[in-house]
Design a protein around this ligand. Structure first.
Ligand code: SF4
Length: 485
């Protein structure tokens, strides 16, 4: 599958997608389809664990895309059974660029009451401290992943059942987690108390499904039942769903960037269509930041719904001024230096006949380092545009994410070191405007904008206000926002 955005190196990246199913004839095939629908959440590697009453637990882990690894009958035959979970990953903290197959989830642990496998989306913000303590007490880690802490914490628990042990383990974990786990007969799902990362419940015939997003239910024709609530743990057997709330109650802080970029536009989040929210963002952006121009063009593909919204609101015609090569995936081999130097032109082409002589509004979802925004501006000007105006469907990304999204260090984020005007000059465009944080909240349904005393979402990468203290990062010298900033 091609990446969601042609400039992967200048985008924030969701680090994982999780999926699980119980009570179906061939769980591995269903898990593979679900993971394929979640591929935008991680393209580096994937894994499936299943349990079969005769053959016990089995697993398959591979680097690369689901479609290249988990579609042939021989591979799927190695993971038989009516219950299974799976995971796709980008890469988790601590292992970027050096991922080993042992870092690929789901992780498996054998306990006195039987085995359990676990797949985690999110990031544990106290993983370093937990890992240190666990190692001192004798745990032997197999991977560099923070998620493995959960298995070791479960091993140390005195809980009498695996769900009890998982509950106890997750109470010690800080940060963001949407977890899908399984025993021989139970499928378990759990979201952290703030519900930072998504997790939904679906029904497939007599079976049950857990998935990061509703688009993974659609692909298998499962019925969407509901979202797992923040702080909720569900234990699912063929008999049905049992729900608990094992954590201290907290106000939900779902990741607002899921609405802007991470989730697929055909998913439903918090009862809202992601596509419609993105169109609303474009409308808000047009209300807040109008400009005289001839065309509104998206930076494909992620800027498209917001560009449509901007066009509808402003009355300026929408046009596909930039065309993406659909077949330009990550696996393209760039054989020579001269071809490599063509850079973005391999992936995108300007629709010269539309652009020439026009004042163009380019709508993109975010500016991270700004390197690709500059290249796009060059391409548009080379094609003869009279003016280039950037409109960005998120506020300036000035702070790193520590909750399961890959972000550059703070000093590499353009908005961390420059004002909006400085960024405009740096990018060399006629104007640059971002949606405000209040505008973004309005677009996701908060009519009054952001309530500064009790924000409804996590928006730390824009506001610098972290809902969970990033303990490990503070230990490494990260400096939180000061009162003066
Ligand atoms: S910091 Fe940003 S990307 Fe990370 S969870 Fe919060 S809103 Fe989402």
């Amino acid at each position: 599958m091609p990446p969601a955005h042609p400039f992967d190196d200048d985008k924030l990246k969701e680090e994982c997608g999780v999926f699980g199913v119980v009570g179906v004839a061939n769980a591995a095939s269903v898990v593979a389809l679900g993971l394929h629908a979640l591929q935008h959440r991680g393209q580096e590697a994937g894994g499936i664990v299943t349990h079969d009453p005769e053959q016990g637990f089995n697993s398959a882990r591979r680097f690369g895309l689901v479609r290249d690894n988990f579609t042939d009958e021989d591979t799927l035959a190695t993971v038989p059974g009516p219950i299974g979970i799976g995971h796709v990953r980008y890469s988790t903290a601590g292992s970027k660029g050096a991922t080993q197959i042992r870092d690929v989830q789901p992780f498996f642990g054998e306990f006195s009451m039987g085995g359990a496998a676990i797949a985690h989306n999110g990031n544990i913000t106290n993983a370093m401290a937990l890992r240190r303590e666990l190692i001192e007490r004798g745990s032997i880690f197999q991977s560099s992943s923070d998620s493995e802490c959960i298995i070791h914490l479960m091993a140390r628990s005195m809980g009498r059942s695996i769900p009890d042990r998982m509950e106890e383990a997750l109470r010690k974990v800080e940060g963001a987690f949407s977890v899908v786990a399984m025993t021989r007969t139970k499928l378990i799902g759990c979201r952290d108390p703030l519900g930072v990362r998504p997790l939904v419940l679906g029904q497939l015939g007599d079976g049950w499904v857990l998935a990061s997003e509703t688009c993974a239910l659609d692909i298998i024709n499962a019925k969407f039942i509901r979202e797992i609530e923040p702080g909720e743990m569900v234990v699912i057997t063929e008999k049905g769903v049992e729900s608990n709330h094992p954590f201290r109650p907290a106000k939900s802080r779902f990741c607002i960037f899921e609405h802007v970029y991470f989730s697929r536009p055909d998913s439903i989040l918090g009862g809202r269509s992601v596509y419609e929210t993105r169109e609303n963002i474009g409308r808000e952006l047009a209300k807040e930041n109008p400009v005289d121009a001839d065309l509104v063009c998206p930076v494909p593909d992620s800027g498209t719904p917001a560009a449509i919204g901007y066009s509808l609101q402003s009355g300026i015609p929408y046009a596909m001024g930039i065309i993406r090569n659909q077949y330009m995936g990550r696996t393209f081999i760039e054989p020579t230096e001269s071809i490599r130097n063509m850079g973005v032109r391999l992936k995108l082409n300007v629709n010269r006949a539309l652009i020439e002589g026009k004042r163009v509004i380019l709508v993109d979802d975010s500016v991270v380092r700004g390197t690709t925004s500059r290249k796009i501006k060059d391409m548009i000007l080379d094609a003869g545009a009279a003016e280039v105006h950037f409109r960005i469907a998120s506020p300036p990304t000035a702070w790193p994410c520590f909750y399961g999204v890959d972000t550059p260090q703070r000093e590499k984020l353009l908005a961390a070191t420059m004002s909006e005007d400085e960024m405009r000059d740096h990018l060399g465009v006629d104007s640059l405007k971002f949606i405000s944080l209040n505008g973004l909240y309005r677009a996701v349904g908060e009519a009054k904008g952001r309530d500064a005393s009790a924000p409804k979402y996590c928006d730390a990468c824009f506001s610098g206000e972290y809902p969970v203290k990033p303990a490990d990062m503070l230990e490494q010298g990260f400096e939180m926002k000061t009162a003066a900033e």
